[in-house]
Design a protein around this ligand. Structure first.
Ligand SMILES: Nc1ncnc2c1ncn2[C@@H]1O[C@H](COP(=O)(O)OP(=O)(O)OP(=O)(O)O)[C@@H](O)[C@H]1O
Ligand SMILES: [Mg+2]
Length: 476
């Protein structure tokens, strides 16, 4: 997919369609879905806007506000997937102010760029996959049956121990080349059928770096977009080692090597930079953790540093140029989606300039028992479907009775209320408790067949846990 094609896929992503796509994975949260859909569509609108104003149009950065486990990260992740945009999720709280030990905020743009380059390269490699596969086949054949150098001299095909057996062909009169060619074709056939997958060949494997020597660059070097390890790695002679590998494995290793050789790296980088700058999405999690504390008690210490991070963040969100190892990246049109629970701090505790750069605030809803029921059953990646797939791999067909799922949803809501509200994450812990015994019994005690989880079974597995508060603290 070239950038042209890429931006064309955006054509079809109207706000309504984006919401529809998100609905396949996320239950409820309609306000949030709507805002992110608008933000995404606005990028397409910008790229199709009159050139005189195009660069002036700023992205609608969003703050998603809501308790833990209600789908904040999930929405952002799905959005990125469906728009095929370079996407990175970072925790705001892990950054430190420039000049202090730790990661500076610009590194998120460098990481995003790495991701963008990787995406574009992967797309390009996909396009040359067929050609690469052909080359790999030749290389494996070369390993199995080294080609004859010059007719009459060099390696004899027969020296490899393989000989063509066909009738209408007389090996005695055939040239070495012919023999070799015939043998190769025979093996090509076997290779294609996967009949040789288990056979081993000797392969030169490049050893990556010197594992015993780790290099720590001085602070600030990263800012130059340089990576000391890479630089030294390129200077040091490439070490290779001969290894015996199965043909099935060799195929994968050689495919990576060949497709890497076939693509145009400079073009990939140019394309990636363009895409990062006009379509990149940075998901800034836990933004509330760097908010607040500018006045009153608790001044100094961590608060000063938090504000420092906010101030460092400002130019990036506002639009500046960050140097990366692939070149300069302008952040003006990168979309930032921030998120946080904002239990203690409020969005208004962010420094004013930063608040201004996140004009859209969306409150996410707490999830209800009914939501839990839907989350358990409807999304494409619903937990019940995941467990069904897991057990299907063992030949066990898993059914959930409807009232069993209702019961799980009810207990999840109850435990969230009585212990701590961790949102839909509660479903993971509860369902794994319900199914633990079963997951352990397969395949030792239960080999194949159909298993139905009914309400009574759910009650049996969970009752003691739910009733015992101490236990539920630890397990549910
Ligand atoms: N509305 C929802 N629909 C479907 N699945 C959901 C929903 N909300 C949460 N989930 C599921 O719950 C898990 C946690 O959700 P997510 O990571 O989005 O939480 P979050 O809101 O980002 O929480 P935190 O504030 O702790 O980061 C994910 O596995 C996600 O699929
Ligand atoms: Mg999250």
């Amino acid at each position: 997919m070239s950038n042209q094609d890429y931006f064309e896929t955006l054509d079809n992503l109207t706000p309504g369609q984006i919401v529809k796509e998100l609905d396949r994975f996320i239950i409820g949260q309609n306000a949030a879905k709507k805002s992110v859909a608008i933000a995404l569509r606005n990028r397409w609108r910008r790229l199709n806007a009159d050139e005189s104003i195009r660069d002036e149009i700023v992205p609608n950065n969003i703050i998603l506000i809501g308790p833990t486990g209600v789908g904040k990260t999930e929405i952002a992740r799905r959005l990125a997937k469906l728009s095929k945009a370079p996407f990175i999720k970072v925790e705001a709280s892990k950054y430190t102010e420039v000049g202090y030990v730790g990661r500076d905020v610009e590194s998120m743009i460098r990481d995003l760029t790495d991701i963008g380059v990787a995406i574009v390269k992967m797309e390009m490699q996909d396009r040359v996959k067929k050609r690469a596969e052909e080359l790999v086949e030749e290389r494996i054949l070369d390993l199995l049956i080294p080609p004859v150098k010059k007719p009459g001299t060099g390696t004899l095909t027969s020296s490899t121990g393989f000989r063509s057996q066909s009738e209408e062909f007389d090996p005695a009169t055939a040239s070495d080349e012919e023999l070799n060619q015939r043998t190769r074709e025979k093996f090509r056939d076997k290779l294609k059928k996967g009949e040789l997958d288990e056979r081993k060949v000797e392969l030169e494997v490049r050893q990556s770096g010197t594992p015993t020597m780790q290099i720590f660059g001085p602070q600030g070097l990263e800012e130059l977009g340089m990576n000391l390890q890479d630089m030294l790695g390129n200077l040091a002679p490439k070490k290779t080692k001969k290894r015996q590998v199965k043909i099935s494995e060799a195929r994968k290793m050689l495919l990576a090597e060949e497709s890497e050789k076939l693509i145009d790296h400079d073009a990939a980088v140019t394309e990636a930079l363009k895409r990062v700058q006009s379509a990149g999405i940075v998901f800034l999690d836990e933004i509330d953790k760097i908010a607040g504390g500018s006045s009153g008690e608790g001044k100094g210490g961590p608060d000063v540093s938090r504000q420092g991070v906010q101030r460092d963040l400002l130019p990036i969100v506002e639009g500046s140029t960050v140097s990366t190892k692939y070149g300069m990246v302008k952040t003006d049109h990168i979309l930032f989606i921030a998120s946080g629970a904002f239990h203690i701090a409020k969005p208004s505790d962010l420094i004013p300039e930063l608040q201004g750069r996140f004009p859209i605030r969306v409150e996410m809803d707490s999830l209800t028992e009914e939501d839990f029921y839907l989350i358990l059953t409807t999304p494409q990646n619903a937990l019940t479907k995941q467990y069904q797939a897991i057990l299907a791999s063992e030949g066990v067909t898993l059914h959930f009775d409807d009232d069993a799922i209702r019961e799980i949803a009810r207990i999840a809501a109850e435990v969230n209320l009585s212990i701590e509200n961790i949102g839909a994450r509660r479903l993971h812990t509860i369902l794994s408790s319900v199914l633990e015994e079963l997951l352990f019994a397969v395949p030792d005690d239960i080999k194949t067949g159909e298993i139905t989880i009914d309400k009574a079974y759910v009650e049996k597995q969970l009752d003691s846990l739910v009733k015992n508060r101490d236990l539920s603290h630890f397990i549910l």
